[in-house]
Design a protein around this ligand. Structure first.
Ligand code: C5P
Length: 205
């Protein structure tokens, strides 16, 4: 069984994907991490994330980079969103994601284009979303806990910028698959969102 979980930044899709993987006993891949690693590698190379050659060269990042705590930084998220616009980068990361999705026994993948591009045949497709305000508030509390000095407004602006870029790119834009089950987590707490997701998967399969 393949479970595809797509949605914008800070919608709760990562938490939901992890919980589904645990509940159904499946391996989980956070595909955003791959794009974050490419973004981080461009930075380490001193390259330009908007230049497709620089971005493509960074796809051969070392595996250890996936454990770098800097991958979780807002700056890296911004770089990831910029490198992910290049079709050549998406193509270069396709096989790795596809192999994970089609491993025997199944898998849970979360990202932006799992249900539309990586695994359109997925038995269960969830599109997890929430208002910009709700997502910014969550991200703000998370970052304050980590001691980062950013304001709620800065986070909201950054989320809007990233949403626009992810939705408007020509290749694999962030859109729900036609057959995706949409979960709006704006007014749900963690447990409610997970329960809704498990129910949706059980209904779909
Ligand atoms: O989900 P996360 O915030 O870690 O993703 C970082 C960036 O990587 C996103 O803003 C998006 O542009 C890109 N991404 C993507 N396709 C995916 C996963 C992430 O384009 N499957």
């Amino acid at each position: 069984m393949i479970i595809a979980v797509d949605g914008p930044t800070a919608s709760g899709k990562g938490t939901i994907a992890k919980a589904l993987a645990e509940h159904f006993g499946l391996p989980h891949l956070d595909t955003g991490l791959l794009y974050r690693a490419v973004g981080r590698q461009v930075f380490l190379n001193g390259g330009n994330p908007d230049d497709s050659r620089d971005a493509l060269a960074a796809v051969s990042f070392p595996d250890e980079l996936l454990d770098d705590p800097h991958l979780r930084d807002e700056e890296t998220g911004g770089l990831a969103s910029r490198v992910s616009v290049h079709p050549s980068v998406r193509e270069a990361l396709f096989e790795r994601q596809r192999a994970f999705a089609t491993q025997p026994g199944g898998a849970v993948l979360d990202g932006r284009d799992i249900g539309t591009v990586i695994a359109p045949e997925a038995e269960a497709k969830l599109f997890v979303t929430a208002s910009v305000e709700a997502r910014a508030r969550r991200r703000f509390l998370e970052m304050r806990e980590r001691g980062a000095g950013v304001t709620l407004l800065e986070i909201q602006d950054d989320l809007r910028r990233r949403d626009d870029r992810d939705r408007s790119r020509s290749v694999a834009p962030l859109v729900p698959a036609g057959d995706a089950f949409v979960i709006d987590t704006s007014h749900l707490d963690r447990d409610e969102a997970i329960t809704a997701a498990i129910e949706a998967v059980n209904t779909a399969t």
